[in-house]
Design a protein. Structure first.
Length: 249
């Protein structure tokens, strides 16, 4: 695949992920939505299904949709992301650029879909909450620990399952996302993906949304740094070389 094809694949997959993910939170929170107050589990399942669709859309590039996954492959010492896509500085940069750009565009599309509801909603914290994550109890170190652990679970599972004889596809990844959200999502809202949080947060900052308030930039580093640490740790500990030593796969 050319670098342009790689970009398009990851861009479309990530845009779909964020459109549907931001959309399910907006459905649950925004004024006069028919799905208002349907709760945390709907959000968990909505994000899981959004990942399912996004991964399928970007299957030609492996459906990373997440810089933490891409960098985990690098940390694991992988030679290819997919057959025919070598791990190089250029391909890594294109993957990550596509993921952040797609996340921004997906958030803008979700805003357009819910434009009237955003206009009618007056709670600035909930408006921001449809776009990006925030802690239930603010403590940057521990919030970062939570994001690191959640992302580690996701990326380690992706790496290990992909190296076994019973390698599974997007539906299983979606169910892992649901599980992480239900079990570990309470403290921070489980970004577990730098692009998922930062792209929509930038969209929130630049879009003309009534009553939106600030974009909480003081917290914005946590859902970027935590997932990157978790992804890289998973790549180091569960990469192909480590699994060979452990006789796994």
């Amino acid at each position: 695949m050319s670098l342009g094809q790689i970009f398009l694949s990851e861009f479309i997959g990530t845009a779909l992920l964020i459109l549907l993910g931001v959309g399910v939170v907006a459905t649950t929170l925004l004024t006069k939505s028919k799905g208002k107050d349907t709760g945390w589990l709907l959000i968990n399942f909505g994000w899981g299904l959004a990942v399912f669709i996004g991964v399928y859309a970007a299957w030609k590039t492996g459906g990373h949709l997440n810089p933490a996954v891409t960098l985990a492959f690098v940390a694991a010492g992988a030679g290819e992301f997919m057959p025919g896509i070598a791990v190089t500085g250029a391909s890594v940069a294109v993957y990550i650029a596509a993921q952040f750009t797609g996340a921004f565009v997906g958030a803008v599309l979700a805003w357009l879909a819910f434009k009237q509801h955003y206009d009618a909603h007056e709670d600035s914290a909930e408006i921001l909450g449809t776009f990006s994550t925030g802690p239930a109890i603010r403590g940057y170190f521990w919030n970062c620990v939570t994001e690191t652990i959640g992302t580690f679970v996701l990326v380690a599972w992706v790496l290990v399952s992909g190296m076994t004889k019973s390698a599974v596809g997007p539906l299983a990844v979606a169910l892992v996302i649901v599980s992480i959200g239900a079990s570990l999502g309470g403290p921070t809202g489980y970004a577990i993906n730098p692009a998922r949080d930062l792209g929509p947060r930038i969209a929130h900052a630049v879009l003309p949304i009534k009553h939106k308030g600030g974009s909480d930039w003081a917290y914005s580093w946590v859902p970027v740094v935590g997932p990157l640490i978790g992804g890289i740790l998973a790549g180091v500990l569960f990469g192909q070389n480590a699994l060979n030593i452990l006789s796994v796969g």
